[in-house]
Design a protein around this ligand. Structure first.
Ligand code: SP5
Ligand code: ZN
Length: 340
């Protein structure tokens, strides 16, 4: 199986994120995640790891607004130019309500306009790392468009919380959406998001489209991040109506209940008859994830992938979340082992 990975992710290493109550905690979405996955992949003879191709900005601008991309490109330089007291990471303290906000010129004003929370911390190498991550997704898509049964974008930073014009939840560029949109010029695409958190960015990007079906299975936003999106009654809009499905799950959901929900999601995909499948593969559904409250075991993760593989669709898997670094290697092997 071809796996696309770039060392450039190491340039994105924010010093902390801010949790509930204003708590500064070490950044959970850290470079060590990739080292743990690579260590595991290196023990497998089927793991064929490649550098991504540079696809340039056009496929990214096909899903993200130009002014948002401009913000990402210049945010760090603009941040330093404000002579901040603590320059270690760009993080705003105000956020724009989406009711007709003005877009201010100030850097922190724009940061709050383009960010949804306090976990999409920008540092010097964030933009470069985000571009390389998107190229890993595009390279995996290209490989599958070229006839491979499956490929894996070992993307960092992750992408599924990033919308058309916003960053959030460790995500800046929506890698899965970029790959799905790129593939959609060759036929219908289904995106299945099995990360613990709702794929709100992917939902946002494809919400009015009927050529890309988006499905997310996740912890109920009534108790979990991202809180305001990911409810079962959100089904798409305009011609996209009926082409989005959320499957919110209660805390404590175990393997059997998860797999039953997955089966219902896969039925929607079968009915849609896509040419390609993109899977947002977050490993934070794992029982011992520090951010998660769903209880899927490593064996369960293998069964998730097995059910997905039973669709027999050309499949692009994209790395999303997963924060129990010690379990990440075996969870990714359990997942990819069924898709390879
Ligand atoms: C890609 C991805 O998985 N992003 C997840 C971002 C989640 N941010 C969560 C912030 C909520 C903090 N609540 C902490 C509770 C820890 N027990
Ligand atoms: Zn997640």
């Amino acid at each position: 199986m071809k796996i696309f990975y770039s060392e450039t992710h190491r340039k994105h290493e924010p010093p902390f994120e801010v949790f509930d109550g204003g708590l500064r905690v070490p950044y959970l979405e850290n470079p060590d995640r990739m080292d743990k996955i690579l260590d595991a992949l290196h023990t497998m003879d089927w793991a064929d790891i490649h550098e991504p191709t540079d696809f340039g900005l056009d496929p990214l601008l096909a899903v993200h607004d130009q002014d948002y991309m401009d913000f990402l490109a210049s945010a760090w330089t603009d941040w330093l130019a404000t002579n901040p007291q603590d320059s270690s990471t760009l993080l705003p303290a105000t956020f724009a309500l989406r009711r007709h906000p003005h877009k201010p010129k100030s850097l922190l004003g724009r940061a709050g306009y383009y960010m949804m929370d306090l976990s999409a911390c920008i540092v010097e190498g964030t933009y470069q790392a985000a571009l390389a991550s998107a190229n890993c997704a595009l390279s995996a898509a290209e490989s599958v468009a070229g006839g491979q049964r499956s490929a894996f974008g070992l993307c960092r930073p992750p992408g599924h919380h990033a919308g058309k014009d916003y960053a959030g939840g460790y995500c800046f560029i929506n890698n899965a959406a970029v790959a799905a949109n790129w593939l959609s010029s060759n036929g219908r695409v289904a995106v299945l998001d099995v990360d613990y958190h709702c794929g709100n960015g992917t939902q946002d990007i494809f919400y009015d489209r009927d050529d890309v079906l988006t499905i997310s299975i996740h912890a109920d936003p009534d108790f979990e991040y991202p809180n305001y999106i990911g409810y079962a009654d959100e089904r798409g809009v305009d011609k996209g109506l009926g082409y989005h499905h959320n499957f919110p799950l209660p805390a404590g959901t175990e393997d059997d209940a998860y797999l039953k929900t997955l089966d219902a999601a896969l039925q929607k995909i079968r009915e849609f008859k896509p040419a390609y499948l993109v899977v947002s593969a977050g490993m934070d559904i794992y029982a011992d994830d520090p951010l998660g409250r769903i209880k899927v075991t490593t064996t369960g993760i293998g069964k998730v992938a097995q059910q997905i593989a039973s669709l027999e669709l050309p499949t692009v898997a994209i790395m999303e979340g997963g924060y129990n670094n010690d379990a990440l290697g075996r969870n990714i092997l359990a997942f990819l082992g069924e898709l390879k």
